[in-house]
Design a protein around this ligand. Structure first.
Ligand code: IMP
Length: 199
């Protein structure tokens, strides 16, 4: 992959517009990111494991085997200390019945009712398939869970997560700030540093 001559292209195994937007901001003019939608890839990517690392790699290899192109996948979980790391890898489907992001968020708040220890973290694992090899990158941001949802920006659990060093939730903060400090930003910046060194 040559990042110097013309813009390198990587396919991102996601259909989540929020994640795409965040990642476009990080890679800006350095790497061209294509989504599954851009590639006309309509299959559901499998996520059958109990660890973020394994799910990221499973999604990645399903895509790499189908497209034979350099690509990356990521899996993210909200890990709450008082809930022994839950919802964790089950973050997207925590409230099993209908799996809406709001149901997930309210289930977390319900389980955290009356709990004083509110420490939590977002953890992202990226798996990168580059020239037939797989590499992994992790990003963690520590924070705490609020008593009720606040803010209407971002997505998922953003309204109930306050990152360390801030008073606002991820859903109240300017999204440029979230894109700079988030778990995903940390993991993607590690990947970017790696890609620069690969040349
Ligand atoms: P996945 O990585 O797309 O499977 O996401 C797992 C779950 O975590 C979903 O419920 C997402 O809404 C949530 N999630 C992932 N990233 C973030 C984030 O940056 N903020 C809030 N929730 C997130």
């Amino acid at each position: 992959m040559n990042m110097n001559s013309k813009k390198a292209v990587l396919i991102f195994a996601t259909r989540n517009e929020h994640k795409l937007h965040e990642v476009h901001r990080i890679f800006q003019n350095i790497i061209q990111i294509k989504s599954l939608h851009d590639c006309g890839f309509n299959e559901v990517l499998p996520e059958t494991h109990e660890k973020l690392e394994e799910n990221a790699e499973e999604k990645l290899m399903a895509l790499a085997d189908a497209l034979h192109q350099n690509c990356f996948a990521e899996d993210t979980g909200l890990e709450i200390k008082a809930l022994n790391g839950k919802p964790g890898v089950y973050s997207a489907r925590y409230a099993e019945k209908n799996q809406s992001p709001l149901d997930n968020l309210y289930l977390v708040l319900e389980q955290m009712k009356d709990i004083k220890q509110r420490n939590a973290r977002f953890r992202t694992v990226i798996a990168l398939y580059l020239n037939e090899k797989v590499y992994k990158f992790e990003g963690i941001i520590n924070g705490r869970i609020t008593d009720k949802p606040r803010g209407n920006k971002g997505f998922g659990y953003d309204p109930v997560f306050v990152p360390d060093g801030y008073n606002e939730t991820f859903a109240e903060l300017d999204q440029d700030i979230k894109s700079t400090i988030s778990h995903r930003a940390i993991a993607f910046n590690k990947m970017l540093t790696f890609l620069r060194e690969e040349l």
